[in-house]
Design a protein around this ligand. Structure first.
Ligand code: ASP
Length: 225
């Protein structure tokens, strides 16, 4: 109700201009998530001599679950069973790396926070200097580690990051209005970032399992049988 009230007043005063910038933010975030999944994770798996295509086919239900629930923690049971049943990974590895990843490994979250801070800075006319941008990298790295793996926790940490880079969302300020706009579309952004977060945990688990010889790589081809 609070978000609805904040957004209504913004739409009433600024009209449909706001939709364009929100659309750009959504597009930019999804380009980032897709880049992370296909280029970064795909590259890591390929460099470690694992098939990215088989990986995607085997983990698609985990990715769908992350997209639908928007929670790394809720997806954890499916991630653990998929690692065991479809990726042939020893539970001794996945039982350690996946809960750890669900807590601290939030790559999608990092994209979201950086882009959201730029959105707020643009909306409020603040220019982020190179020094601000360096501070942002530190704040976002720590912020993404500190984000809980539950639906909608990103904006809570975003508030802290905004404070650190000098864009506090004080009541009635332009930064608070821009933050409210982001809150209104957070469900859409959260679906993608949670999918990227969870995929990253799975990729990390595969790399650790392979390096420790605790993976039956032949299981990856079971989907063909
Ligand atoms: N929903 C995300 C996750 O569970 C956290 C976030 O809100 O950014 O991974």
């Amino acid at each position: 109700v609070g978000i609805f009230a904040l957004i209504s007043s913004l739409f009433a005063t600024q009209g449909f201009n706001v939709i364009g910038s929100l659309g750009t933010l959504i597009l930019a975030c999804y380009i980032g998530y897709l880049f992370q999944i296909f280029v970064v994770y795909g590259g890591i798996l390929t460099a470690c001599k694992m098939s990215f295509k088989s990986f995607l086919i085997n983990v698609r239900s985990v990715m769908a679950m992350a997209f639908a629930t928007r929670s790394s923690n809720s997806t954890l049971p499916v991630s653990i069973s998929t690692c065991e049943d479809k990726l042939g990974i020893d539970r001794a590895v996945s039982g350690f790396t996946l809960p750890l990843g669900a807590q601290v490994n939030m790559d999608g979250e990092a994209y979201y926070q950086i882009l959201a801070v730029f959105f707020v800075a643009n909306a409020t006319g603040v220019v982020l200097t190179p020094a601000h941008q360096l501070l942002m990298i530190l704040a976002v790295t720590l912020g993404s580690i500190g984000t809980a793996g539950i639906a909608g926790s990103g904006p809570v940490v975003l508030l802290a990051v905004m404070n650190m880079v000098g864009l506090p969302a004080e009541a009635g300020s332009a930064a608070a209005a821009a933050f409210a706009l982001i809150l209104g579309i957070d469900v859409i952004l959260d679906m993608g970032r949670t999918t990227a977060n969870v995929t990253g945990d799975l990729v990390g688990t595969c790399v650790v399992a392979k390096s420790e010889n605790m993976m039956d790589y032949s299981a990856w081809d079971n989907y063909k049988k």
